[in-house]
Design a protein around this ligand. Structure first.
Ligand code: PLP
Length: 388
């Protein structure tokens, strides 16, 4: 069959493929320790589920507006004001089928053939693929542990050309977990304003912060940067709502209107009753977020100590998200060979860093129970020791 040319330009998501393989092995009765999924292991909080159930029972089962339920758009605008200091009206907000879909809508609405999008590596693996699908060109700027896996203002300035349209900022980051400090965000904002490019701030992990780290939304730094900022966020990570598929995009009204038009011809609205769960997530107590964060904090400590006690591995301490990104280069293995052999020989699933543009690393998610973490770290130690 002759498929469209764009198909050959993208690859299937490695993270989803490995997570699926680990799940299939588990279903076959194999004792797998999986650190592959970017998914909190908690159930969605009961009050969120109850709100969706009530909506379902009261007939919120029909098509809704392509832009999202008005009440949810308003709740999101309020959240962006209260949490992030951003002055958006509901018409600046579109509700999407998850953060991934937010970014996809954005790329389709903003990026033309020939436009360049600057993406710091290590990056979340879908960014470059989305740029490609939109016909644009990704300009990857490689960072490493020496700058804490962060792009510096100098690096950003150097990557900008007359074709640059968008810069992708992801803090806290998947896969490294790093968080840009407020000073670093300010310095990047200056470059963005000066170059007159757009920035999309992917803030899906904004609530998952440790050791007093602060999340500063780049668009809150003044009118000029606000006009160039698009926020992408969602409910999956903070509220353990991965399967609900609800995210949002906020930004200049003209751009949001364009994404609504695109969405109206692709997915129509997001599941109507699910959006009522999202309203409850934003408008009810945030204690559930704190409870999950406490569990992540304990697991992060245990996994980080275990990783750094394995001779040959080294891992910096990230301030956010729920991933660790150790350097495996001393084993002499490339990340895909490392991950495949680890899964085959010791039934431990991790994601090869090459998927994120960093072949010297692997990504481990600690959004899993403590017993799995302990068992998995013992297996990993055996695997690495045999190779060092
Ligand atoms: N952005 C980043 C950095 C992510 O890690 C993810 C999910 O893994 C998303 C966006 C999309 O999340 P979702 O589509 O589940 O809301």
């Amino acid at each position: 069959m002759k498929l469209a040319g764009r198909v050959s330009q993208v690859t299937p998501s490695i993270t989803l493929a490995i997570a699926a393989k680990a799940k299939a092995m588990k279903a076959d009765g194999i004792d797998v320790c999986s650190f592959s999924a970017g998914e909190p292991d908690f159930d969605t909080p009961a009050h969120i589920k109850a709100a969706a159930q009530t909506a379902l029972e009261s007939g919120k089962t029909k098509y809704g507006p392509a832009a999202g339920e008005p009440k949810l758009r308003e709740a999101i605008a309020n959240k962006l004001k209260t949490d992030n200091g951003l002055d958006y009206k509901p018409e600046n907000v579109i509700v999407t089928n998850g953060g991934k879909h937010s970014l996809f809508n954005l790329m389709l609405a903003l990026i033309d053939a020939g436009d360049e999008v600057i993406i710091p590596a290590p990056y979340w693996l879908s960014y470059p693929e989305m740029v490609t699908l939109a016909g644009g060109t990704s300009v990857i700027v490689t960072t490493n542990a020496s700058t804490g896996y962060k792009i510096t203002p100098e690096m950003l300035r150097k990557a900008i050309t007359p074709k640059t349209k968008l810069f992708v900022l992801n803090s806290p980051s998947n896969p490294t977990g790093m968080v840009y400090s407020p000073e670093e965000i300010k310095a990047l904002a200056e470059v963005i304003v000066e170059a007159d490019i757009f920035v999309v701030s992917d803030e899906i992990y904004e609530k998952i912060l440790y050791d007093g780290a602060k999340h500063l939304t780049i668009g809150s730094l003044g009118e000029k940067i606000f006009a160039k900022t698009i926020i992408s966020n969602g409910f999956a990570k903070a509220y353990s709502m991965t399967g609900w598929r609800i995210g949002y995009l906020a930004g200049p009204a003209e751009l949001i209107k364009a994404t609504i038009t695109i969405q109206s011809h692709s997915t129509s609205n997001v599941c109507t009753f699910a959006q009522y769960g999202a309203i409850a997530a934003l408008e009810s107590s945030q204690d559930c977020v704190q409870e999950m964060l406490q569990a992540f904090t304990k697991r992060r400590k245990v996994m980080l100590e275990a990783l750094n006690s394995i001779p040959g591995l080294s891992c910096s301490k990230p301030d956010g998200a729920f991933y660790l990104f150790p350097d495996i280069s001393k084993t002499g293995l490339k990340s895909l060979d490392f991950s495949s052999a680890l899964l085959e020989e010791h039934q431990v699933a991790v994601i090869p860093g090459v998927a994120f543009g960093a072949d010297k690393n692997i990504r481990l998610s600690y959004a899993t129970d403590m017993e799995t973490i302990q068992k998995g770290m013992e297996r990993l130690e055996k695997f690495v020791k045999a190779r060092i």
